[in-house]
Ligand binder design. Structure first.
Ligand SMILES: O=C(CCC(O)(O)[C@H](Cc1ccccc1)NC(=O)c1ccccc1)N[C@@H](Cc1ccccc1)C(=O)O
Ligand SMILES: [Zn+2]
Length: 591
């Protein structure tokens, strides 16, 4: 009959050649917009987005005509089933037109006319406010920045968020999913994803609880009892980050051994006159030291490594770009010369390495084995890049020896980045899954957001919040409709990968001292995984690198064991209450 396997192969060839052109044009137009936000560039992006949707719909509807179950070739079956999901292209034309203004919030279009004043100010405002959140120790100033950002951006997103939920769920249903949360979760090819991540979270909770309790004590010492309740949640504006998702900026307030502070790598970088380009070259050197691929000339010619100084408005959230022609790959980042940005560049270069490794696969398979794999690649390299031995080798540290207490200090700084992140990375999509499935209704969006922030992060808003606010909208990924559970999953995966790569590199000793730099064995293991893209189910890919088919928190717990021991001893010594039995947020001061 007509739609047999031979026809399917020709159909896929036809898809392949047309998709490369359509996707390349869409990426070019989107790149032009986010690196020069003007109405003209927005129009051009929307046009290319429409063409891409028409292309997706043309092939998606026809892919449903094949009886995939009768086919033999596993690749043909897998490619056809992936084509069948057409995402938002399933929407009727008029709603598809409306979608960009609604779906991509801050990063994307506004319905018509000039973008809101607050929004055009926001990107510039954003980096300065984040700087204040990281460096200020004046809680009034921190409150001003915290509230300022939410008023400037959060409220804008609120206006379109309900319509965004409607359109998203309609598109999901048209693709056969019960809601958009189910469609997002389908990227993991598992019908137990929600329970799996909940289980991982529960295994990690004791580690987070002990860190939270210790940090609360340290903040109590600095800010006093009128701000910090030792039996209650921590106010969200004093953790050194706009979303309290990373606490590394308050390391100086919580250092276990303050008489042995770690060297300030940022100061050393600036003393050595590091520039953004050198930071990218540094990250590339690490990947090539593993025998992995180097970046093509286009990367250095076309990337945007610094915020432009010609007055152009750009989207400053870092990202890596594949232009689907096998040779054009870019990073967009408003790089500052800091250790945080150097490590963030390692993360972005991990995305680029994935693009390079799978560039000869069909376009359909040019994504990570699952979205968490994409995020984990760069982050696993970062674990080695930020190790004492690596920073020493690269001349970014001068002190050779590190004694036991200095090591606890370093583990604390890594935990402030990684362990503090665990509940935040978990709750962002817990919130959105509940919004999509209707558990959380519009009337209580903000209250339910703060219920989750209290339950999982043990945080409180520093001032009373109402339903006129929309605090979730203050996070880029929510305003840009970017799924987030991938970062939670990636956090666990990156330690599992790190353990496997360290073993392959012949490392002996504690996991947190491992540095895989120059290990061709570790590089080979990683290469074998990356070049598969999404052509195989991710448990198979996970097994190739770790020997296991299940995600496990064992490696992460091993890595932080020395710190957890220290934290438990410290918290017991102070007779601390783990958790926040006083769950109320103290606004009205008794005093
Ligand atoms: O958002 C990022 C880093 C940006 C990115 O590399 O994950 C970026 C996000 C993004 C931006 C614009 C459009 C789409 C996605 N993702 C990529 O550039 C990307 C993702 C998948 C494939 C190719 C590129 N990190 C998260 C979480 C995180 C990750 C690692 C350390 C700390 C925190 C955050 O900052 O909250
Ligand atoms: Zn990423």
């Amino acid at each position: 009959e007509l739609y047999n396997e031979t026809v399917a192969k020709a159909f896929l060839q036809f898809y392949e050649h047309t998709a490369q052109v359509v996707w390349n044009q869409f990426m070019e137009a989107t790149w032009n917009y986010v690196t020069n936000i003007t109405n003209k560039n927005r129009e051009e992006m929307l046009l290319k987005d429409m063409e891409r949707s028409q292309h997706t719909l043309y092939f998606g509807t026809r892919a449903h005509l094949f009886k995939i179950d009768d086919f033999q070739d596993p690749d043909v079956k897998r490619m056809l089933s992936k084509l069948q999901n057409v995402y938002k292209a399933a929407l009727p034309k008029d709603e598809l037109q409306e979608a960009p203004a609604v779906l991509a919030g801050r990063a994307g279009a506004r319905a018509e006319g000039q973008p809101e004043r607050g929004l055009t100010l926001a990107p510039f405002l954003g980096l300065d406010l984040e700087e204040i959140m990281a460096t200020s120790r004046d809680q009034e100033e921190l409150l001003w920045a915290w509230q300022g950002w939410r008023d400037a951006v959060g409220l804008q997103v609120r206006m379109t968020f309900e319509r965004y939920v409607q359109l998203s769920n309609k598109a999901a249903k048209l693709n056969g999913y019960k809601d958009m949360g189910a469609m997002w979760r389908s990227a993991y090819e598992s019908d137990t994803l929600e329970r799996d991540v909940e289980q991982l979270y529960e295994e990690l909770q004791p580690l987070y609880l002990n860190l939270h309790t210790y940090v609360r004590r340290a903040l109590y010492r600095f800010y006093g009892p009128q701000l910090i309740n030792l039996r209650g949640p921590i106010p969200a504006h004093v953790l050194g980050n706009m979303w309290a998702q990373s606490w590394v900026s308050i390391l100086d307030l919580v250092l276990p051994f303050p008489e042995k502070p770690p060297e300030d790598v940022t100061r050393i970088m600036r003393g050595q006159h590091w520039k953004p380009k050198k930071m990218f070259q540094e990250a590339e050197k690490f990947f090539t030291s593993l025998g992995l691929l180097s970046t093509p000339p286009e990367f250095w010619k076309n990337s945007m490594m610094e915020r432009p100084t010609d007055g152009r408005e750009v989207e400053c959230h870092a990202s890596a770009w594949d232009f689907y022609n096998g040779e054009d790959f870019r990073i967009k980042k408003c790089t500052e010369v800091t250790i945080e940005d150097l490590l963030s560049i390692f993360h972005q270069m991990g995305h680029i390495q994935y693009f390079l490794q799978y560039k000869n696969l069909s376009v359909i398979f040019r994504t990570g084995a699952n979205p968490a794999f994409e995020e984990a690649v760069g982050s696993v390299i970062t674990l080695s890049a930020s190790s004492h031995s690596q920073l020493l080798t690269r001349g970014l540290l001068s002190r050779q020896h590190q004694d036991e207490e200095e090591e606890v200090n370093v583990l604390m700084s890594i935990a402030l980045e990684m362990v503090a992140f665990i509940p935040f990375a978990y709750l962002v999509d817990l919130f959105r899954w509940k919004v999509f499935d209707g558990t959380i209704q519009k009337a209580v969006y903000n209250q339910e957001w703060w219920n989750l922030r209290l339950k999982y992060q043990g945080l409180c808003p520093p001032i009373p919040r109402t339903e006129d606010d929309f605090d979730p909208g203050a996070k880029f990924h929510i305003s840009a409709s970017m799924p987030y559970i991938r970062y939670f999953f990636s956090l666990v995966l990156q330690f599992q990968f790190h353990e496997a790569l360290c073993k392959a590199s012949g490392h002996v000793g504690p996991l947190h001292r491992c540095n895989i730099y120059n290990s061709k064995n570790a590089g080979k293991l990683l290469e074998d995984v990356l070049k598969l893209g999404s052509s195989k189910p991710w448990p198979e890919v996970l097994q190739k690198i770790t020997g296991e088919t299940k995600v496990s928190t064992k490696a992460l717990m091993t890595y932080f064991k020395p710190l957890l021991n220290w934290l438990v001893t410290e918290n017991v010594r102070h007779g601390e209450i783990l958790g926040w039995p006083d769950f109320s947020c103290t606004f009205d001061k008794e005093t």
